[in-house]
Design a protein around this ligand. Structure first.
Ligand code: ADP
Ligand code: MG
Length: 700
């Protein structure tokens, strides 16, 4: 009979209550199953033997054959250390013990061939190896060990309490002995044969005790595939359930407004990516399931026009639409932009923000409820309870990462059925991550910039080159261009940042004196109306320089601005830098981004700056960002247990993820409720996951 893998770890030979307790607390291992799923962090290659004269400083663990020719006890400040002189035919080195000296001295034989294994240090002109693993060469040869030795995740407490990697390996061996290494298969015959995967039992054995690196590779592939496959299965199922359960308003026809806009108002030809995305949206809106779509597109890729045309579809079907943006500046800009785009169309658009006057608000509320308003644009003010729509059919949210889930869900309650939701973001999430985290959202990607955009030239300059940079700015302004100069503003040190900003402003004002030069300044401490005034001066070209904090980060559009200077660039995150850079390069002229820093830079900052200089591709930048910060930090994915992967790596195993997603989709297409006998294994595994891991909690 197969061993029950839900058996508590206490019952395993070599564990016992104390170790069981530690394993539970330190590594979350409660059952046999948990232990078997404790996958090694890495492997040591024990097929190689080093000679003493080949040793290198700072090398990884090495394995050496030789003899101990002498023992010596050396007194030191606290206690003694035991030193053995170890020799092979190429030289000598020292083995050192700080603990357990008596036992070591008695158990190790002089002048007898041993294999030693461990990390070496370079000290006093000699290599030494503290607390080596030792094994008689004769026994070493007899032991059928796997050549790749697993190294398990550990904690300080575990190693302090004597649960070393050797002990872990031993415990794992006991588990395989007790279960005969036979485990229930968790993938279907079909998948195994189609993908040529090795069996579960073979995979588990070879991931813990790999016989060869080929087998290790196959074992890892099979286990990673399985892990990603079940996550994808779950996300896709959730999406299907959403679509079948949550009804929405079908927008059946394309009507007059859309067509008229398309014929008369479209100021440019849509890019292929924009057309594709519009098709995807159109298809969603035509169904009677609520649309829940994420639209990703790099800064400047033209998401706004897509949003507008989607809203026109709503209006043509007798519905209202709204567009929510995170800042007042951005809302105003959207309002002005959309009004201009809709020129001559009979579309009623209004703007509602925190600074809308009471009388104006009242009027808007009335118009909304009477159905006299087609499009409402604004900030959070849109989701206040007082704001009631007659018939909201589509809600567009710009720069979604600025809004919480709670705020978004408020929009859902604005009509009898939830409106369709289109969420737009210019902070691209790497595709891999998007697939795992937002697998339940549908995703559209604009992966093409409008034609004729010149790539922005990005350089990194040290503060000492400031004069040169100023000269460059002057030249650009002489050519009629405008310049942004941005300072960091981080909450914790807001006071200091404010001072930096003001000092910077003063020095710029000195170098760029009135009346020849006019400067706008915008920061978080200003009243919205003042901000707007300063912003408008810059938009209209009355000022040539805009000194600002990151309030201009999102969405601001001034095509004539061609230079973006970012002060203390090392203090910004990658996605922020990319967002800021996206404020220029919007016109026909060559644009520039200059990253100013001091000489003191961390490795991490250097990588960020180099990445910015190297590429303009938002997705590539997002990948680097993900690598630097880990998935936990990106866009509120912390809560998403989906990323607590056991064996797969969201970045490195992108290919496997694609396979897994593809096969999960295929499977559900053929057998949406997993009823076919051939999928019984999958259904059972899926249920078991829910039962024991509470995997449902993983998914937000
Ligand atoms: P984002 O995706 O960053 O929100 P916007 O929608 O603000 O980008 O578009 C950036 C600029 O590109 C705008 O000035 C817009 O008018 C212009 N634009 C958008 N689509 C096209 C296109 N297909 N051809 C030419 N210009 C376009
Ligand atoms: Mg935008």
């Amino acid at each position: 009979m197969a061993t029950n893998l839900q058996t508590p770890i206490d019952y395993l030979k070599g564990v016992g209550p104390n170790r069981a307790d530690l394993l539970r607390k330190e590594l979350g291992i409660h059952t046999y199953q948990d232990l078997i799923n404790l996958f090694p962090n890495r492997y040591l290659d024990r097929t190689k033997y080093f000679k003493i004269n080949q040793l290198q400083r700072n090398a990884a663990e090495v394995q050496i054959v030789g003899k101990i020719i002498k023992f010596q006890e050396i007194s030191q400040k606290r206690g003694k250390r035991l030193v053995a002189t170890f020799q092979d035919e190429t030289g000598t080195m020292e083995l050192v013990w700080f603990r357990g000296q008596k036992w070591i001295r008695e158990s190790l034989k002089l002048n007898t061939p041993y294999v030693i294994f461990g990390k070496t240090n370079w000290f006093n002109g000699k290599f030494n190896m503290p607390h080596p693993e030792t094994e008689l060469l004769s026994e070493h040869k007899q032991n059928l060990r796997s050549s790749m030795q697993a190294i398990y995740p550990s904690t300080e407490k575990l190693s302090n309490k004597g649960i070393t990697n050797r002990v872990m390996t031993k415990i794992m061996q006991n588990l395989f002995l007790e279960t005969n290494g036979r485990f229930v298969e968790t993938l279907s015959e079909n998948l195994l044969s189609e993908l040529q995967l090795i069996s579960k039992s073979d995979a588990l054995f070879n991931v813990h005790f790999p016989k060869t690196s080929e087998l290790l590779f196959k074992a890892e592939f099979r286990l990673k595939f399985e892990e990603l496959f079940y996550i994808q299965l779950q996300l896709i199922l959730k999406n299907l359930i959403h679509k079948s359960k949550i009804k929405g308003f079908p927008f059946e026809s394309i009507g007059a407004h859309f067509n008229s806009f398309f014929k008369n108002n479209l100021p440019f030809e849509l890019t292929n990516a924009q057309k594709r995305v519009l098709k995807e949206i159109r298809q969603d809106l035509g169904q009677n399931a609520q649309m829940n779509r994420l639209l990703q597109g790099d800064v400047g890729s033209g998401k706004t026009i897509v949003a507008l045309m989607s809203m026109l579809m709503a209006i043509d079907n007798g519905f209202q639409a709204c567009l929510m943006a995170p800042t007042e500046i951005l809302s105003v800009q959207h309002y002005n932009g959309l009004k201009e785009l809709c020129n001559n169309l009979k579309i009623r658009i209004k703007l509602l923000t925190g600074s809308s006057k009471t009388s104006e608000r009242k009027k808007i509320h009335e118009m909304l409820e009477n159905g006299d308003l087609d499009i409402l644009i604004g900030t959070h003010a849109l989701i206040e309870d007082k704001v009631k729509f007659k018939n909201l059919g589509l809600a567009v949210i710009d720069e979604q990462h600025r809004f919480g889930v709670a705020q978004r869900s408020k929009l859902w309650k604005k009509n009898t059925l939830p409106p369709h939701v289109l969420v737009m973001t210019a902070t691209p999430i790497p595709r891999t991550l998007a697939m795992s985290v937002y697998g339940d959202l549908d995703i559209s990607i604009i992966d093409e910039l409008p034609p004729g955009r010149k790539t922005i030239k990005t350089v990194h300059r040290y503060d000492t080159n400031r004069l040169k940079v100023f000269r460059f700015i002057r030249d650009e302004i002489d050519k009629g261009r405008q310049v942004y100069i941005v300072y960091p503003l981080i909450q914790e040190s807001a006071q200091m940042d404010y001072k930096d900003l003001m000092d910077g402003y003063e020095s710029i004002a000195r170098d760029f004196p009135m009346p020849k030069y006019q400067i706008s300044i915008v920061h978080g401490k200003m009243k919205p109306a003042d901000k707007e005034y300063e912003m408008q001066r810059f938009v209209k070209g009355e000022t040539q320089i805009m000194v600002a904090t990151t309030v201009i980060e999102v969405g601001v559009n001034v095509p004539n601005a061609s230079v973006m200077i970012i002060e203390s660039a090392e203090r910004f995150g990658l996605s922020q830098l990319h967002q800021l850079r996206g404020r220029v390069g919007r016109g026909a002229e060559q644009s520039f981004c200059i990253l100013m820093t001091s000489y003191k830079l961390s490795e991490n900052s250097k990588t960020r700056l180099e990445t910015m200089v190297r590429t303009n591709d938002g997705f590539e930048i997002a990948e680097v960002d993900l690598r630097l910060r880990g998935p936990g930090d990106i866009m509120g994915t912390q809560q998403s247990g989906v990323l607590n992967l056991r064996i797969a790596d969201i970045i490195k195993d992108n290919d496997i993820l694609q396979h897994a997603r593809f096969h999960a989709k295929q499977l559900l297409k053929k057998d949406p409720s997993l009823r076919l006998p051939e999928n019984a294994v999958i259904l059972e595994t899926y249920r078991q996951m829910g039962k024991y891991k509470n995997i449902w909690n993983y998914i937000s």
